[in-house]
Design a protein around this ligand. Structure first.
Ligand SMILES: Cc1cc2nc3c(=O)[nH]c(=O)nc-3n(C[C@H](O)[C@H](O)[C@H](O)COP(=O)(O)O)c2cc1C
Length: 344
C-alpha cells in the first residue's frame, strides 16, 4: 500500500513546499525559536515514519569505519543536541545521524543572541557554546530509542579528560560510534585539546576503553600556522589509531551582533574552505583513515565534490535550515544518478 502510494506521489511534479511555504514563516521567527518549531515538527514521529515508508531508502550498502550505512549522508552534530529527534531525523533519509554535542553536566550555553542567519549566502553564525542537558538525560533518551532508521553516533565534548571518558563509557554502548568534539570555536575549555600533546593524552585514554568507532571533529584552518597545527592533530589521530576524523567545524569570525562578540560560520559560505581542506587532510592521512566532510554541503554536486576530494562520507546541518528536510533525499537521488551509467 505504502509503495503504491509512493509510486503515485512520485507522478506528481515536486513542489518546493519548504522553500515557498514553510521557510518564509520560519524565518519570521528568531533563529532559535525557528529551531524549536522544527524540533516540535520532528516530534510528530509517525508523520516522518509515513514519509519514510513512501520512499525506498534501501538497505546498508556502504560502511563508515565498519558501521553499515544505507548511504554516506550524515546529519552533522549540533542539530539534535538533546538526542530527542534521532528517529524522525533518520526517517529523512540520512545514512547516519550524529546527536549532541553532549557534555557531562547540564550547561545553559552562552548568553543570547547567539544564533543568526545570513540568508544571502545560506549561512548561519552561531555562538551557542554547548547548551546541553547533560550526560544522564541524553543517555536516558538514547536507551529509549526504539527504531533506528539510520545509524546513530553521538558527539561528546572534550572539556575535561575524566568527564569525557565517562561520557564515552556511558554513551558508547547505546550508539554505533562516538564523535569527539575538540573544535567548537565558542567554548574556551575545548581549545586545550587543539594542542597535539593534550589531544594525544585524551585519545590514548579513550582508545584504551573504546570498543566502537571513534571520530575526532577537527577545526578549520585559515593560515599556514593553523594548517600545521590541524595537520599535527590529524597525525596524532592516526598515531593513536582513532577510526577517522570529521572536518570541518564552523569557521570562527568576529560578530558584534552576538552577545559574545564572536561566532562560527556554517553553511554555503564555508563550502570553499571545506573543499580546500579535505584533500589536504586526505593527503596527510593516506588511505586508511575515514574522513567525514562537513561544511556548506547543500546539493548532490557539493556532496560529490567532497567525496571526490577524498571524503568517505559527508555531513550537513545548515542546508536543513535553508533547503528543508527534502534536501537529504535530493542529495541521495543526485548521487545515485551520478553513479548510474548514462544510458546510450
Ligand atoms: C547552530 C549550530 C550548532 C552547532 N553545534 C554543534 C555541536 O554541538 N557540535 C559540533 O560538533 N558541531 C556543531 N555545529 C557545527 C556543525 O556540526 C557543522 O560542523 C557546521 O555547521 C558545518 O556544517 P554545515 O555547513 O552543513 O552546517 C553546529 C552548527 C550550528 C550551525
Amino acid at each position: 500500500m505504502a509503495s503504491l502510494l509512493g509510486a503515485l506521489l512520485r507522478l506528481i511534479p515536486p513542489f518546493p513546499w519548504y522553500r515557498r511555504l514553510v521557510r518564509p514563516l520560519l524565518f519570521r521567527l528568531p533563529p532559535e525559536a525557528a529551531q524549536a518549531v522544527a524540533e516540535r515538527a520532528l516530534g510528530a514521529a509517525s508523520v516522518w515514519r509515513l514519509v519514510a515508508s513512501l520512499h525506498n531508502d534501501g538497505a546498508a550498502h556502504t560502511t563508515m569505519a565498519g558501521i553499515p550505512l544505507r548511504n554516506p549522508i550524515g546529519l552533522a552534530a549540533g542539530f539534535d543536541k538533546r538526542c530527542a529527534a534521532l528517529e524522525p531525523l533518520g526517517d529523512l533519509g540520512f545514512g547516519y545521524v550524529v546527536g549532541g554535542t553532549v557534555t557531562f553536566d547540564a550547561r545553559p550555553g552562552n548568553p543570547r543572541p547567539r544564533l543568526m542567519r545570513l540568508p544571502e549566502t545560506e549561512s548561519l553564525i552561531n555562538a551557542l557554546g554547548f547548551p546541553s542537558e547533560g550526560l544522564a538525560t541524553v543517555a536516558r533518551r538514547l536507551r529509549a530509542l526504539r527504531r533506528r532508521p539510520a545509524a546513530v553516533l553521538v558527539s561528546i565534548a572534550a572539556l575535561d579528560e575524566a568527564e569525557t571518558e565517562r561520557c564515552l563509557e556511558v554513551l558508547e554502548p547505546l550508539v554505533d560510534g562516538i564523535e569527539l568534539n575538540i573544535s567548537s570555536p565558542n567554548t574556551a575549555g575545548l581549545r586545550r585539546f587543539q594542542e597535539p600533546e593534550p589531544l594525544r593524552a585524551l585519545l590514548e585514554r579513550l582508545n584504551a576503553r573504546r570498543t566502537k568507532p571513534l571520530f575526532v571533529k577537527l577545526p578549520p584552518y585559515m593560515d599556514e600556522q593553523q594548517q600545521e597545527n590541524v595537520l599535527s592533530l590529524l597525525r596524532v589521530c592516526a598515531e593513536v589509531g582513532v577510526s577517522g576524523v570529521t572536518a570541518i567545524n564552523t569557521v570562527p569570525t568576529d560578530e558584534p551582533r552576538m552577545a559574545t562578540g564572536r561566532g562560527g560560520i556554517s553553511g554555503r559560505a564555508i563550502l570553499p574552505e571545506m573543499l580546500r581542506i579535505i584533500p589536504e587532510l586526505r593527503r596527510e592521512a593516506g588511505g586508511g583513515m575515514t574522513i567525514n566532510a562537513c561544511g556548506g554541503i547543500a546539493s548532490a554536486a557539493d556532496a560529490a565534490a567532497a567525496l571526490d576530494a577524498g571524503a568517505d562520507t559527508v555531513q550537513l546541518y545548515t542546508a536543513l535550515v535553508y533547503r528543508g528536510p527534502g534536501v537529504v533525499r535530493e542529495i541521495i537521488a543526485g548521487l545515485a544518478s551520478r553513479e548510474r551509467p548514462a544510458s546510450t
